[in-house]
Design a protein around this ligand. Structure first.
Ligand SMILES: NC(=O)C1=CN([C@@H]2O[C@H](COP(=O)(O)OP(=O)(O)OC[C@H]3O[C@@H](n4cnc5c(N)ncnc54)[C@H](OP(=O)(O)O)[C@@H]3O)[C@@H](O)[C@H]2O)C=CC1
Ligand SMILES: O=C(O)CCCC(=O)O
Length: 487
């Protein structure tokens, strides 16, 4: 990639940020990074492994001794500067993201603002790591509770949100007083390395943040097997989450997992259907369907089934524009890789072979490559892959239901429990359904639920822990009880 495409060419880094310095892999080996929209080679990043990860962890442990002693206000100032630098370079960072991830430029810039908001949020939360005092059980006894940073933390992040999944973790960790070693996805390392460059400019001390690219399983093993790493935070597939959870058992590391989803979107007879369609487009097609909170299955009550499906079909045909993320007006981009395209095709073929009806789309996209035509199916049933697995692309379909109980049963009939959405104007039903759905996050008459102030996370196979919000910093802190006697 020509560096001149960026206003600030220093944001394009082809080395890792290890212990406060820019470094190549010990082996000199590199990995090619391509643009998913056209296959162009954008550049190369180091293939690091166990040795480099161990050095980053040891440097983080050394840095921890000083970082934990900085005041919350000093950490807050640094995070605030990092936030301001991200916003000042929003155009370049957005451009880098569109190049390596594919998402449309306005959406990429939107992610930069979203990602930066976690740094601002945690800059504000850092001074609020309050403890407690509790009445003792004896007259001369006092019970105090303090919060302390867990120690060195490590993050492994995915390609679908190359910036926000780093700042949502690193913002909380650094605010709490923990250094962090980050391993971004191999598809989208340049966004991560640009964030490291800005962290350095913001004054994040040496060793407090390292960003390493390379062999994921080796880096993951080095992180989980190192006794000085006290916290692991992962966003990605449930399969890899399970591996990391097993590995982290060895050193009893604290672990947060934000894994796959299979979000249901229920439309009741009493819903405002136009609002439901608006919410459906937002909840399904954000990031071209490649978001863990994206709708997988619509579940629609029989009295409004035909009307809702017709309106959704028309909205998809009128509003969704597929193309290169740099083209104006495009809101559906190329998928990340061939495996993603294949998965969508397999879900479509499986559903059609089992009796689903095609309402729109279905054909290969004329642009070829990683482009997929937005597709809507009717008469989905629970034995289809689309109803059971995370599709992660612009394909969806709807199941028909009769009663509220049936809708909840269908919605909960999945190992996952990240996000769920439903539309109803009946306040009694709203409470019943919100309480009945087995999901960490529920959109009620709302299709866009991601928000820095809200706790993000799932239940069941969708993961453990919460990110963002006033709860996010707790994941990086230990609660310590002090019992003062003889007072
Ligand atoms: N919850 C979410 O937001 C996400 C969910 N997914 C789901 O997962 C599916 C597959 O996507 P995929 O990209 O393969 O997701 P992965 O879970 O494989 O990748 C996510 C991150 O984990 C790393 N990783 C992969 N294997 C290991 C390992 N053994 N130990 C440590 N780290 C590892 C990857 O590194 P590297 O890139 O170097 O391999 C990447 O940084 C998607 O179709 C989607 O259904 C995917 C991404 C995000
Ligand atoms: O895991 C994901 O898909 C990233 C979450 C994006 C969001 O915060 O909405």
């Amino acid at each position: 990639m020509s560096k001149t495409q960026l206003q600030d060419t220093q944001l394009f880094r082809e080395q890792c940020y290890l212990a406060g310095a820019w470094a190549s892999a010990d082996s000199g080996e590199t990995l090619e990074v391509t643009n998913p929209a056209n296959g162009d080679v954008l550049g190369h990043v180091p293939v690091m492994g166990k040795a480099e990860t161990t050095r980053a962890i040891e440097s983080a442990h050394e840095a921890f001794q000083l970082w934990r002693q900085t005041t919350a206000s000093e950490r807050s100032d640094i995070l605030r500067r990092w936030y301001e630098l991200m916003m000042a370079h929003q155009d370049d960072l957005g451009r880098l993201m569109t190049l390596e991830q594919g998402k449309p430029l306005p959406e990429a810039k939107g992610e930069i603002a979203y990602a930066a908001s976690f740094l601002k949020w945690f800059a504000e939360e850092a001074p609020r790591a309050y403890g407690d005092t509790i009445p003792g059980s004896k007259a001369d006894q006092h019970i105090l509770v303090i919060k302390q940073p867990v120690g060195v933390s490590a993050a492994i992040t995915p390609w679908n949100f190359p910036a926000a999944m780093i700042t949502r973790k690193a913002g909380a960790a650094l605010a709490a007083g923990c250094p962090m070693v980050v391993k971004p996805a191999s598809e989208t390392p340049f966004s991560a390395l640009a964030l490291a460059e800005l962290a350095e400019r913001a004054g994040v001390p040496q060793g407090v943040l390292s960003v390493l690219t390379g062999k994921s399983s080796e880096i993951g093993e080095a992180m989980t097997h190192h006794p000085k790493v006290r916290k692991i935070s992962f966003t990605g597939s449930t399969e890899v989450g399970r591996i990391l959870m097993r590995q982290s058992a060895e050193n009893i590391q604290k672990i947060s997992l934000e894994l796959g989803g299979n979000a249901p979107f229920i439309v009741f007879d009493d819903a405002d259907l136009d609002k439901a369609v608006e919410g459906a487009i937002a909840a399904k097609f954000r990031n071209t369907g490649q978001t863990c909170v994206c709708v997988n299955r619509f579940i629609v009550q029989e009295g409004v089934y035909e009307t809702f499906m017709t309106k959704l079909k028309h909205a998809m045909e009128a509003q969704l524009v597929t193309g290169d993320g740099f083209e104006s007006g495009v809101n559906q981009a190329a998928l990340i890789n061939t495996a993603a395209v294949d998965k969508v095709r397999e879900h479509l073929e499986d559903a059609l072979s089992k009796g689903a009806k095609l309402l729109t789309g279905g054909e290969p996209h004329p642009l070829g490559g990683h482009y997929v035509t937005p597709t809507l199916l009717a008469e989905i049933t629970s034995d289809m892959r689309i109803a059971k697995e995370e599709t992660f692309g612009p394909l969806t379909g709807a199941i028909r239901f009769r009663t509220e109980e049936e809708a909840i049963e269908i919605a909960n009939d999945t190992p996952f429990g990240l996000a769920a959405y439903f539309y109803s104007q009946n306040i009694h039903r709203v409470w019943r359904v919100a309480e009945g759905l087995e999901s960490g996050m529920i959109g009620i008459n709302e299709g866009l639920i991601s928000n820095v102030a809200a706790p993000f996370g799932g239940v069941k196979a969708s993961g453990l822990g919460r990110e963002g919000s006033k709860y996010g910093m707790d994941e990086y802190m230990e609660t310590k009880y002090l019992c003062m006697g003889g007072a």
